[in-house]
Structures are given as C-alpha cells and as structure tokens.
Design a protein around this ligand. Structure first.
Ligand code: NAP
Length: 365
C-alpha cells in the first residue's frame, strides 16, 4: 500500500519548515501539498520559503506549488503550523471537508471534544475524535498538541503523577527565541537580555493544558486533573530548546530513588507501539550536575529533538522535590509532537484499518 498523503498548513514558517524537514523520508507519510498565505500561494516552495533550518530544503518539495489554505488538495492528513489568528477557521474547514487535522495552534486545544494529545501521556483521549465527529457532523476531525513548554513539563510529570499524584507545581521557564517564530524577537530586544514575559504562556501552563492532558476520559469528556501550577515564563537568548526549573509537591511523597525509578521504568504506549518518531526511551535522565543544557542536550536521544531530558533531581525546601527539564521547542514541542500524534492516529486505526495493520508490519511502499 502507498504511503499516506499529507499536507502542511503554514509550510513556509518556522514550525512549517520543521514539518517539511521531519516528513522527509518518513516511513508512513509523504508530502503532496503545501499551504501558506496568499503572499506565498502560486509560488514554488523554494521561491516562497526562506529555508532557515540546517541542511538543504528536501528535493521532493522544492518545486511543489504553494496553495492557499483551502480544502481540495489530494491528501488525507494536514499538519497545521498556522498562527492562531488564522488557524481556527481554516482547521475547521479542513476537518469538515474530511481531512484529519493535526494542529500546533492553540485555537482548538481547549474545546471539550478535541483531544489535546501527547501520545505517551494520554492516548486514550483520542476517543474524543468520535464524539467530535458526531457533535459537529464532520467527516474529518482535529487533534492538537500542547504548547512547547507544557509538552515537556507534562512529559516529565506524567510518570510521577500516575504513581504519586501531583498536587502543586512551581515552574520557571527559560524559553528559546525560535518559540516566537521567524524572525521572532528582535535581536535588539533579546541580546544581552532576558524578557520576563511571553504573551499568554503562563495562562496556558497554569490553568488549562497540564490539567487537561493529565485528566481522565470518562466516556463522554475529559475530567481535568486537580492540581495547581504556578508558572513564570521567560524568553532567553538561546536559539532552540526550552529549559524549565520545576518544583513539585505530591499527594504521597516519594523518595528520590522512587522518582528516578518512575522515570527509568517509563515505557508508555507510543514506545511500545514503536511509532517511528517515538524516542526510545521517552525520558532521559542526565546524572551530570550541570546538565541538561540547551545547546548540548536538545538533540539527545534516539530520535533527535523528541526526548524530554531531565537532570538535577534534589529535595526542595519549599515543596517536595525539584529538578530541571529540557525539551526541543520546534521539534517535540511543535512539529514533532503533531507528527507523533498522526502516527498514533495511524496505529490506532483512525486513518483506516488497512493502514493500522501496515503500521504494525511497517510495509508501506
Ligand atoms: P511563523 O513562523 O510566523 O509561520 C506562520 C506560517 O503561517 C507561514 O507559513 C505563513 O505563510 C502562514 N500564514 C500567516 N498568515 C496566514 C494567513 N492569513 N493565511 C494562511 N497562512 C498564513 O509561525 P510559527 O512559529 O511557525 O508558529 C506556527 C504555529 O505553531 C503558531 O500557532 C504557534 O503558536 C505554534 N507553535 C509554535 C512553536 C514554536 O516553537 N515556534 C511551538 C509550538 C507551537 P507566509 O510565509 O505566506 O506568510
């Protein structure tokens, strides 16, 4: 059977380019459509896009003609890297027209019938897709992945939450400039500086995303997890990789060794299914006292940029324990997160049972 045809909405932007890069040579997916604004539509991708990633633009997409963001293209899945100002309606149009939309944008993350997914954390929330299709009368559907800082926070918390119950979280983020898109923050604003404010970021981390991700699907919706998060979000002059200093209080206080064991033994569904973009293991613990560091460790692991790297676990004089988490923001925190969601859709039969069987035997042509 042929590979599944996919498109990228917002293909010329920072996250869109990551999609294009990560989809090159993908065992299950092939790009057949690229979409951007009317400024780029009608041009060859190579002419419309200022390629900002390491290495060359993949040869297979250079001459694809960029399209306006309207349904009609020959693909089954669309990955969305659109700005939130435009993503909401465009994603709905594609879902209504029968496409599986895997979105990075925030617009639909909190809709009661839209799954907010990290495949390792809450794959059972995918069941919301059936509810969504019934509610909205769509033949397609939308899935979303969380904000880049939330992704790595919750990836580190999940194995601890299931064993010990998370009660309070205090997190200070040090977020890379690529998180603001391209060209993003002006060099005059960020060089020799830290900006202690990122619009909307603290609200997403404190009030919505972690509690939905770690919530329970009860057959008709998500019961949000009951814990409190306090977040300070800062923009710092690193290019890629968000570092987060985290303190936690648990319902049942574990020992330091029990926490390390929970991370060590973590082998969730995405890893059991051997999804192509799932890092093995999902969580890396670095014993060195001055690690992880963004420049040195953001690409650590079996699938570069997809793992969550943790270090410096130690007792906390205010809450129970504290540690440091590092994760790549435009890979796992954005394009890679959506790509892994799409791989989960394939493996769970949401893109057809034939594809699900082929995913098991990895025999796409
Ligand atoms: P970006 O670099 O500004 O790229 C925006 C893309 O959307 C471009 O392809 C642009 O096309 C297209 N676009 C802009 N206005 C449009 C319109 N009116 N209609 C159709 N297409 C339009 O943004 P980004 O950083 O890649 O972020 C994309 C999304 O991912 C955002 O929702 C962001 O919040 C989310 N996200 C980003 C990160 C990160 O680390 N950067 C992490 C997680 C989530 P043109 O080139 O034609 O203008």
């Amino acid at each position: 059977m042929n590979k599944i045809k996919v498109g990228v909405l917002g293909a010329t932007g920072a996250v869109g380019q990551r999609f294009v890069q990560m989809l090159e040579g993908h065992p299950w997916f092939e790009i057949t459509a690229l979409f951007a604004s009317e400024r780029s539509a009608g041009k060859r991708y190579v002419d419309a896009c200022r390629w900002n990633l390491r290495g060359d633009m993949p040869a297979a997409v250079r001459t694809l003609i960029v399209q306006e963001c309207e349904p009609g293209a020959d693909c089954q899945v669309v990955f969305s890297a659109l700005p939130s100002e435009t993503a909401g309606e465009i994603e709905e149009d594609f879902a209504a027209a029968g496409y599986a939309v895997c979105s990075n944008a925030r617009n639909h993350r909190y809709d009661a019938d839209v799954p907010l997914l990290i495949p390792e954390v809450n794959p059972e929330h995918l069941a919301l897709v059936d509810l969504q299709k019934r509610n909205r009368g769509w033949s397609g559907y939308i899935t979303t992945n969380p904000n880049c800082s939330t992704t790595h926070l919750v990836s580190a918390l999940h194995p601890l939450h299931v064993r010990f119950g998370v009660k309070k979280v205090f997190v200070v983020t040090m977020q890379a400039i690529s998180g603001a898109g391209y060209p993003g923050v002006s060099s005059m604003d960020i060089l020799d500086n830290v900006v202690p404010y990122i619009s909307g970021e603290e609200e997403k981390m404190e009030q919505k995303e972690p509690q939905k991700l770690l919530g329970v699907f009860d057959g008709s919706g998500i019961q949000y997890a009951d814990f409190v998060v306090s977040a300070h979000c800062n923009r710092v002059p690193t290019r890629n990789g968000h570092l987060e200093a985290i303190s936690i209080e648990f319902e049942a206080q574990p020992t330091q060794e029990q926490i390390l064991q929970a991370w060590r033994e973590y082998h969730p569904l995405a890893q059991q299914l051997k999804l192509p973009s799932a890092p093995q293991p999902a969580i890396l613990y670095d014993e060195r006292q001055d690690r992880p560091q963004p420049r040195l460790d953001r690409m650590a692991g079996s699938v570069p940029g997809m793992a969550t790297v943790i270090g410096r676990l130690r007792p906390d004089p205010l809450l129970h324990f504290k540690f440091v988490v590092l994760g790549h923001n435009t890979i796992r925190g954005a394009a890679g997160g959506s790509l892994l969601n799409a791989e989960l859709l394939v493996a769970q039969g949401y893109l057809g049972q034939d594809h699900a069987l082929l995913a098991k035997s990895a025999t796409f042509a």
